[in-house]
Design a protein around this ligand. Sequence first.
Ligand code: MG
Ligand code: MG
Length: 265
Amino acid sequence: MVKSVEEIELIRNSSLLVSKTLAELAGHVKLGITALDLDKIAEEFIRDHGAEPGFKGYGGFPNTLCFSMNDQVVHGIPGNTVLKEGDVLSIDCGTLWNNYYGDQAFTFAMAGVSEEVLKLLRVTRKSLDLGIEQAVVGKRVGDIGFAIQQYCEREHSYGVVRELVGHGLGKNLHEDPEVPNYGKKGQGVRLQENMVLAIEPMINLGVRNVRTADDGWTVITRDGKVSAHYEHDVVVKKDKAEVLTDFSIIDKAISKNKELQEIVE
Ligand code: MG
Ligand code: MG
């Protein structure tokens, strides 16, 4: 599970390309565009950089983006529905570059989103930061999950999805260890320097329960309420995890797009 310095550099390149792809998409989101339009833009952008979409064909998934809107949690298939005011867009993207994967998710909000939903996005994003704070040598996987669960469930009464989890990352999109967004302090796999983890809280406004749609892919909240998903790829270090993906370029692109709501306060 521990990666070499050379491997980490390759994962960093792939991870950063995902961030750039999500920032590129943030510049294209507008009323009337479809998820499928954005999927094409993402695929072209990734290929133009000499990489391959990491999700396309993975387990039979048909597209470059997992595009999950509103009550969809993850694994949504991009479709022809046009984006409208107040939509919540969870976009998860992967790249495969020089044999190493990058994997990042970001939940965007179209302008007009409610304050209640905006708060869910901010809390989910903050919970990711709290999880990353635990990704240091000597801690255990359970410490990451505990931090996320505690903040989202105890402090904000949101639903923490149990069925899907974060993971190790490298030559494979999903490697050991699993990184659940719930857990007990001091339990689970011990974290070692240079493990690379994709940490990705999936947090529901309502109940934590989910179901899979008839398409066999899309995971949806049981109560039909909105869900949020943020994901970073991080390297476990002694004092502070190193984050390979980058939200700042996505935030910057959002700030320039009037049809998107800024997430950061
Ligand atoms: Mg992902
Ligand atoms: Mg992932």
